[in-house]
Design a protein around this ligand. Structure first.
Ligand code: NAD
Ligand code: DAU
Length: 362
């Protein structure tokens, strides 16, 4: 039985990863989920897993050396899958400090501790130990030219405090590989969408606002491009990298699904109208009239686009979910989980939303 330490498992991608891994491997694996439960972490996401003997939750901050040490002391960790991070670009523009702390220092604490427990002699590690660092395509900066793509060899050029902190964490992991022959992989993925995503991010924010007849804020001219990947395809890719990837390598994950933000918003409105029953009162709220152009994000990257050639060639991973299908599954999930949305958007979220989207918001 392999023991996985999943960091940030109560967040969006971590939750989807845990559900996928428990369904795929059952009792062949044990998962220890360590999460600080920030505003983005929600244990309700994992209430089914809580019943299982091979799943455990530990509330801790990855920056807390003693707490992380205790986890490695208590459990014989085979795999670390590191999601925990501050992940929202707009928040990083307002308050960069916590991004440096969690994303950089937190990653370093995990590296120091895993090496302490895993290294048997200089550059030699216990059999089968692996660290997967889950990162983002934002470390590569912004593409201006339509025919360019991010490759694993593309130089890092982050622009936001968020992406700078993620780039730093990637470099620390790479430094551990180069200096200590530390058994790690780094993955850099494009924009995810799907169930359990917190509604500060574009897709769930638009779904939620449209259903409630609230304005749909579009930054700048709405023509910034992101490369959208259904979250289940991402977590399958992460599992594939651990099982079939070459240790020490870096893999880009993305699906050649580039869309302008304004296109995404219109697709969501169409999908909502297609999926809501004729009798649903919320249909009357849903209209392109809600689209509202607002002040641009500071340092807003124009275009992201991943070249997933290496992961396809080396591992055989390709995205399985077409955007039309993925967005329907996503809308369906939010329609079926109104309570979840209600819970996460009450209290602190209201305050955040008012601050972020009131005039002169950034
Ligand atoms: P998220 O914000 O939804 O979840 C982050 C989780 O980390 C939360 O549960 C939070 O409570 C936890 N956390 C935050 N600080 C912590 C700390 N100090 N100690 C312990 N736990 C802490 O993020 P997400 O969208 O699920 O992203 C997960 C990872 O994937 C991040 O590292 C992010 O950079 C990366 N990523 C995200 C995307 C995307 O589109 N969402 C794409 C590529 C890569
Ligand atoms: O590319 C991967 C990254 O994708 C991850 O590393 C990040 O953790 C994740 O948050 C996401 O970052 P983005 O900044 O691309 O995602 P976000 O959903 O915040 O914004 C997507 C695009 O939509 C971006 O161009 C900004 C725009 N936007 C966003 C919001 C929240 C709007 O126009 N209006 C909005 O209200």
């Amino acid at each position: 039985m392999k023991t996985y330490l999943v960091t940030g498992g109560a967040g969006f991608i971590g939750t989807n990863y845990i559900h996928y891994m428990l369904a795929k491997y059952g009792e062949k694996i044990r998962i220890i989920n360590v999460d600080k439960l920030t505003y983005a972490g929600n244990l309700e996401n994992l209430k089914d897993a809580e019943r299982l003997d091979n799943y455990e939750f530990v509330k801790a901050d990855i920056c807390d050396k003693e707490a992380v040490d205790k986890i490695f002391q208590t459990y014989d960790i085979d795999r670390v899958v590191h999601f925990a991070a501050e992940s929202h670009v707009d928040r990083s523009i307002k308050d960069p400090e916590i991004f440096a702390k969690t994303n950089i220092l937190g990653t370093l604490v995990l590296l120091i501790t895993a090496r302490k427990y895993w290294e048997v002699s200089d550059g030699e590690y216990k059999e089968g130990k692996k660290f997967l660092h889950v990162s983002t395509d934002e470390v590569y900066g912004s593409l201006e030219n339509d025919t360019d793509f991010f490759y694993e060899t593309t130089p890092y050029a982050p622009h936001s405090p968020y992406s700078a902190s993620k780039a730093s964490s990637d470099m620390l992991v790479q430094a551990y590989i180069d200096t200590y022959r530390f058994p790690a992989n780094i993955t850099n993925c494009s924009n995810n969408y799907g169930p359990y995503q917190f509604p500060e991010k574009l897709i769930p924010l638009v779904i939620n606002n449209a259903l409630n007849g609230k304005k749909l804020p579009v930054y700048g001219d709405g023509k910034n491009i992101r490369d959208w990947l259904f979250v289940e395809d991402h977590v399958k890719g992460l599992d594939a990298v651990q099982e079939k990837g070459r240790l020490y390598e870096k893999y880009n994950i993305g699906g050649h699904n580039e869309k302008q933000n304004i296109e995404i918003i219109k697709i969501i409105l169409d999908t909502l109208l297609e999926m809501l029953p004729e009798t649903d009162a919320r249909r009357k709220n849903i209209s392109e009239k809600l689209i509202t152009y607002v002040e641009d994000r500071k340092g807003h990257d124009r275009r992201y686009a991943i070249a997933p050639d290496k992961i396809q060639r080396d591992i055989g991973w390709t995205p399985e979910t077409h955007f039309e299908e993925g967005i329907k599954k996503t809308v369906q999930w939010y329609l079926e989980n109104e309570d979840w949305m209600e819970n996460v958007t009450s209290g602190a979220y209201q305050k955040y939303y008012e601050e972020m989207y009131s005039t002169g918001r950034r």
